[in-house]
Each structure stands twice: as structure tokens, then as C-alpha cells.
Write a protein that binds this ligand. Structure first.
Ligand SMILES: Cc1ncc(COP(=O)(O)O)c(C=O)c1O
Length: 453
């Protein structure tokens, strides 16, 4: 398959990536001029398969006509009205749709403009409930290291990132981080889960159970852990620990929703149902900034009947975003994209395993459904990590552009927990393009291995 077209007019520098990002990191950043389906085209004429839907986000690819038409129709009928002072149909339609998809225990949805906001909103709900119950001392949060929950001041404090304290420490209320149950270098996935659970109990005891508001976790990891899939015993044990001490459990499903073979990762195990689920990314799918907190009716009623929960942002539940979200869900449900993505994920996974057998640079292939990662190792025999000053993922992302592939890798913790490339294509990607991802990746890894090993 050819992947270059004629050169296009260059895109001038602009916005934060050119004005504020560290210069070393932006030199080779492509300028995207257009897109169709799962393909993006840059101003050098390169046709790039969007192998991670941007940052796990553009889950329907580019230019989905149903979503665009729904937004246009909504804008013509009602462009904006403030959700704090008015009701509107698009809000009711989307929140109803979300409740139906999420199922029992998640009858109510509070809409936001993105993932960090949704995570903060979830914390605020639990805090408001604690205060309404007279539990004013409950404010501490426990999260996983590594982990990622956002970039607002509060969510930065929840991130499992060693850089947080030095840079943001004085501004944010930092969470207590316990080791994430990382499987790759552990004796076994179960052993990793055991030591995380031990650390959780120790943290609860150390901080005092009556001070802990919430445990926040990604049920399957995203960029921060290279899609770590915990041992199945992990989440139910976290649930039990939370139950024992009246602690709220929040699943951050901002990356996992619609991708792991079920609508929600929480659907995989009824023994580990969280109190709240946060969504974003693939819900707006790039058509509108949109997030949500899914909550049980009992929690919403308890708040509404006591102190109330009237925290809002001006764009919450704005009609255009609601229309986009409902149309995205229509596409996912009607085309059974959760199942389609799972099949594509299985194809990708077995292709990645074949690559791992050929290339020692690939130390691990992991993931669930259409949420996958390959871990890069400096030495396969020892599962060696790359040094803090290296950034092999960024190097490979650069190389991949010349092979018609837009990959995603965002190094965190200076490689302390490893380096990886993330693969999470649009849920509706065609099988031929998924096969092309594997072909192109093989060429990229062959080249990268020569350079990096
Ligand atoms: C797991 C997870 N949670 C939260 C967020 C924050 O979402 P947003 O960038 O929409 O604020 C992200 C973004 O990368 C994420 O990966």
C-alpha cells in the first residue's frame, strides 16, 4: 500500500506545541492537514495510519458523517444553553444513553468537558457525600504508581509520576501512591497484585481509614504503565478493602471505555464494581470535548437530598457536545464496534507476538481488546530498561512517520517503569489497515532495533 501523496502547503507554527513545549521534543512533530477514517495526512504528503487514535481518543476516526450531521442538526436547533439554569433534550438523551450502556449501578451521569475534569468531579462528589455524612476528615486519595489521571492541579497530584512532587507539589494535594500491580517484571501477575494489595492495606492503616476518601485507579493501564493488565484478583481485592473502610472506588475508564471487549472495563467483573466511573476521550471521539462521571442513583439521590451537588463548568453538557456523544454511542452500538475492535485487537495482538519473536527489542506484548502495548527492552535476557536520558519510544515514533504510521508513546517517570509503544486504533478501523499497521511496524522495529540495541 502506498502512503505518500503530493506535498501540501506547509503548516506555520502556532499554539502551545510551538511556543511552549520543550524545543527538543517538537522538532520532528508532523503538521496534519487532513484526515479520512483512520488515516491522517501531513503537510509533507505522508499518509499516516493513526495507530493509537491520537491519545486513545479518535475512536471513530476522522469525518464520521453521522456524528458531524448530528452536531450540525443540534447546532441549528439549539447551539447552547446553560446546564445550571436550564434543561435541554440533548443532555437528557446522552445521559440516558450512558446509563443504559453502563447498566445497573450507574443510572446517573454528570457530563464534563474532558477527562481531568471528570476525575476531579468524581472526587468532588465523594467529598460532598462525605461532608454531608459528617465525615469531614475524609479527603485523602490513594492512587497507583505509575498511573495517569489528568493535568488539572488536583489530578496532577493523583498521577503516579515521580516528577509530580518537585514540580507541582506545593500547588496540589498529592495522593498517596501505592505500587501499581505491574506484571512484566514481577515473579507473576498474582505476585504483583499481592504486593500492591499489601501496600494498599499498609497505606490505609498508616493514613487512618477514616481520612481516606477514595482509591482511584485505571482498571487497565494507559500510557503511564504501557497498558498494564493487572491480575484478575487485583480489582476485587481493592473493592473489598474500600468496602471495609467506607472508601469510595473510582475507575478511571477514560482510556479503557469501549476498548477492552465490553462497553466498560468494569463490566468484566461484577465483584469489582466501582462506585464511580469516569469517561472522556473516546466518548467525544475528537468531535467534541466531552467527559462524564457515571454514578449510582443512590449516590445522586443522597447528594440531592442533603447538601446537593451543584459544582459545574460553563460547558458541562453543552448541547453540541451532547449531540456528538449520543451519535458516537449510536455508531458504537449499531455497528457493534466493541466486538469489531476486539477482533481487530486479537489480530493485532497475534501479529505483535510474531514481531516479538523476531525482534528482541520487543520484550512484552500486552493489553486487552483493542488497547495494546509493546514494551521495549534494552536487553531481552534481563528485561533491561533504557537509561533515564534515553527515550526510545519517541525515537521510534519519529521513525514510524517515514513508514506511514502515527504511533503514540509518552515517556513518564523517565523510563523508571519501562518504555513502550501504545496501539489503540479507531474502533472502526478496517481489517486491511490493521494488517498494514503490523507490516509497517515490522519495518519500523527492524530499523529501530539496529539503532537502539
Ligand atoms: C487514564 C487517563 N485519565 C485521565 C486523562 C485526562 O484526560 P483529559 O486529557 O481529557 O483531561 C487521561 C489523558 O491522557 C488518561 O489517559
Amino acid at each position: 500500500m502506498s502512503f505518500t501523496v503530493a506535498k501540501l502547503t506547509p503548516v506555520p507554527p502556532g499554539n502551545t506545541q510551538d511556543r511552549f513545549f520543550a524545543r527538543a521534543g517538537t522538532a520532528g512533530m508532523p503538521a496534519i492537514v487532513s484526515g479520512r477514517g483512520s488515516i491522517l495526512i501531513d503537510d509533507r504528503g505522508r499518509e499516516l495510519i493513526d495507530a493509537c487514535s491520537g491519545p486513545f481518543l479518535a475512536s471513530l476516526g476522522q469525518g464520521n458523517e453521522r456524528v458531524l450531521q448530528a452536531m450540525l442538526a443540534q447546532g441549528r436547533e439549539l447551539t447552547y444553553t446553560y446546564s445550571r439554569t436550564t434543561r435541554h433534550r440533548a443532555n437528557a438523551a446522552l445521559t440516558g444513553r450512558l446509563a443504559a450502556i453502563a447498566g445497573p449501578g450507574f443510572e446517573c451521569a454528570h457530563l464534563t468537558s474532558g477527562g481531568s475534569e471528570a476525575n476531579e468531579m468524581a472526587l468532588k462528589m465523594l467529598r460532598a457525600r462525605a461532608v454531608s455524612r459528617g465525615e469531614r476528615r475524609r479527603f485523602r486519595v490513594i492512587s497507583l504508581m505509575p498511573g495517569y489521571h489528568g493535568a488539572t492541579v488536583q489530578t496532577l497530584g493523583m498521577n503516579g509520576d515521580i516528577g509530580v512532587s518537585g514540580l507541582w507539589g506545593p500547588l496540589t494535594v498529592e495522593a498517596e501512591r501505592i505500587p501499581a500491580p505491574l506484571t512484566f517484571r514481577a515473579a507473576s501477575p498474582k505476585a504483583a497484585a499481592d504486593s500492591s494489595i499489601e501496600a494498599l492495606h499498609a497505606a490505609i492503616e498508616r493514613l487512618g481509614p477514616e481520612t481516606i476518601l477514595a482509591v482511584v485507579m485505571e482498571p487497565v493501564g494507559g500510557q503511564a504503565s504501557g497498558v498494564n493488565v493487572p491480575d484478575p484478583s487485583f480489582a476485587p481485592r481493592v473493592r473489598r478493602a474500600c468496602d471495609a473502610f467506607g472508601i469510595g472506588l473510582i475507575f478511571d475508564e477514560i482510556v479503557t471505555a469501549f476498548r477492552t471487549g465490553e462497553y466498560l472495563a468494569a463490566h468484566h467483573d461484577p465483584q469489582a464494581t466501582p462506585d464511580l466511573i469516569t469517561l472522556a476521550k473516546g466518548l467525544g471521539a475528537g468531535y467534541a470535548p466531552l467527559g462524564a462521571v457515571l454514578a449510582p442513583r443512590t449516590l445522586a439521590d443522597e447528594l440531592a437530598d442533603s447538601i446537593g451537588f451543584a459544582v459545574s463548568h460553563s460547558y458541562d453538557a453543552c448541547p453540541m457536545a451532547c449531540a456528538a456523544g449520543s451519535a458516537v454511542l449510536d455508531e458504537i452500538v449499531e455497528h457493534d464496534l466493541v466486538a469489531h475492535a476486539s477482533r481487530i485487537g486479537a489480530t493485532l495482538r497475534s501479529g505483535l507476538r510474531e514481531l516479538a519473536a523476531r525482534f528482541p527489542l520487543i520484550g512484552d506484548v500486552r493489553g486487552r481488546g483493542a488497547l495494546l502495548a509493546i514494551e521495549l527492552v534494552s536487553d531481552p535476557a534481563t528485561k533491561g530498561k533504557f537509561p533515564p536520558e534515553a527515550d526510545p519510544g519517541a525515537r521510534i515514533v519519529q521513525m514510524a512517520l517515514d513508514h506511514g504510521l502515527l504511533l503514540y508513546s509518552r515517556r513518564q517517570n523517565r523510563g523508571m517503569f519501562g518504555d513502550w509503544l501504545l496501539l489503540a486504533p479507531p474502533l472502526n478501523i478496517e481489517e486491511a489497515l490493521a494488517a498494514a499497521i503490523l507490516d509497517r511496524l515490522a519495518a519500523v522495529i527492524a530499523r529501530a532495533q539496529d539503532e537502539l540495541l
